[in-house]
Design a protein around this ligand. Structure first.
Ligand code: GAL
Length: 420
């Protein structure tokens, strides 16, 4: 009896101590991300500042490289060596892959306290959960299928609007080329080739074809004449980039449009973050319009997953970060800088520009029409090895004189191999 009491008393003392330690632990988070360009860095600084203002200690781990390929390599080696960062920029099916490995911590208590089930769209909730547990938090909704254009450059060939069909796109690009202007600013990196490719898949084939090929990996659709037409259009696109495109970072391609060295760029709306960071005004210094997209919308939601870490300070840091990220004020501040729109429902759009307003209204109409689709190029539609199989073929085609017939054969083969 006495012994039991002692044990109980010790237990109480221990848990009181744990609570006290937890309460006093300085919330600390090492954050692994790839936001290093001008606009991206401004946006991530907003998160850091908020976190620090709430007493958090931010340990910055940026890994440069658009779309995060390099960051994901670093992540794998960190986890393998038993040294996972607390918070990692991670998206789409990759969240499920890491959760299956048992690498992610659950955030259910923060989710319940903050009412995430009521403030996040159902589709986004699903991406953030593994077997019903919240393991990640969304920061935004980026749209991928955009054209960013310099109106002054378009004016040189007497054009005031961004083309609405791929035929119009080609005739404008031919006109620009004839006038000695680079039609398309592009960086030859696989993910950038894939970004253009998926907008062409959507535009040439329509939303249903995108669903069949980029999500369902339907063999008949992958080897169809429509897919050949997609590669034909990609061959045209290759003719519209400048000679130095190879390896160029995406933000340098954005700068070409900004500086009048090229007319247009096809890129997600993180490109808008670059224009804004450089003080450019939408509708005046640059224009935004969806790529010819048949009323579809390719979305790309950035999110942070919390990895299993030990230490009260780190766990407290993860919870604080998660709470802040989904918060209404943060969703506004961050997305104004990043070029995206809030992932949280009900954030007022009053301070957002016309590109963001268009993104929001197109999202709603695409959702109603079944055209709200996850980006393949940005890791939202497929697991890494499957997306990688497609992207390899797209890049091999873009950087050679491969015919569309051959590209389609290779695409089917690569996807079949990756599926096994
Ligand atoms: C995307 C990411 C965006 C942007 C872009 C370029 O994959 O979702 O937030 O950073 O890469 O790095």
């Amino acid at each position: 009896m006495k012994l039991t009491k002692t044990i109980l008393a010790t237990g109480v003392a221990f848990s009181a101590l744990a609570t006290a330690t937890f309460a006093h632990a300085e919330p600390t988070a090492e954050v692994l991300h790839w936001w290093t360009s001008g606009g991206e860095a401004k946006a991530v600084s907003a998160l850091k500042e908020d976190f620090e203002a709430k007493g958090g200690k931010w340990v910055d781990s940026p890994v440069a490289g658009g779309a995060g390929d390099a960051a994901m390599t670093v992540l794998r080696s960190r986890v393998l060596s038993g040294d996972a960062p607390a918070a990692v920029q991670l998206k789409g099916p990759a969240i499920q892959e890491w959760a299956e490995q048992g690498a992610l911590a659950d955030l259910n208590d923060v989710a319940a306290a903050e009412g995430w089930n009521d403030v996040l769209p159902a589709a986004i909730q699903t991406i953030m959960q593994y077997e019903g547990d919240y393991v990640a938090v969304p920061v935004n909704i980026h749209r991928v299928d955009w054209i960013w254009a310099n109106p002054e450059v378009l004016a040189k060939v007497d054009v005031t609007e961004v083309p609405g069909t791929w035929e119009e796109f080609n005739s404008l690009a031919d006109k620009l080329k004839a006038a000695g202007i680079t039609p398309l600013a592009h960086g030859g990196q696989p993910w950038q080739d894939a970004t253009i490719f998926e907008t062409v898949v959507l535009g040439v084939g329509g939303p249903e074809f995108y669903q069949q090929t980029m999500i369902d990996l339907d063999e008949d659709a992958l080897k169809s004449d429509t897919m050949k037409a997609v590669f034909d259009q990609m061959r045209k696109m290759r003719g519209y980039v400048d000679a130095d495109f190879s390896g160029r970072d995406w933000n340098l391609a954005t700068a070409m449009v900004m500086n009048g060295d090229a007319a247009m760029q096809i890129m997600g709306d993180w490109a808008k973050g670059e224009f804004m960071a450089a003080g450019k005004v939408p509708g005046k210094d640059f224009i935004c319009a969806p790529t010819p997209s048949e009323n579809g919308y390719l979305f790309n939601t950035d999110s942070f997953a919390m990895f299993e870490v030990s230490g009260d300070d780190k766990v407290a840091g993860q919870k604080l970060l998660a709470e802040l990220i989904v918060g209404e004020k943060f969703q506004e501040t961050f997305n104004l800088l990043k070029g995206s729109i809030p992932a949280r429902l009900g954030v007022p759009m009053t301070n957002f520009d016309d590109c963001a307003i268009k993104s929001e209204s197109d999202l709603k109409s695409a959702e109603e029409a079944g055209g709200f689709l996850p980006s393949m190029a940005h890791g939202m539609a497929l697991r890494g090895h499957l997306a990688g199989a497609i992207i390899d073929v797209v890049t091999a085609h873009f950087n050679s004189d491969m015919s569309s017939d051959e590209a389609v054969i290779r695409l089917v083969e690569a996807v079949e191999l990756a599926k096994d």
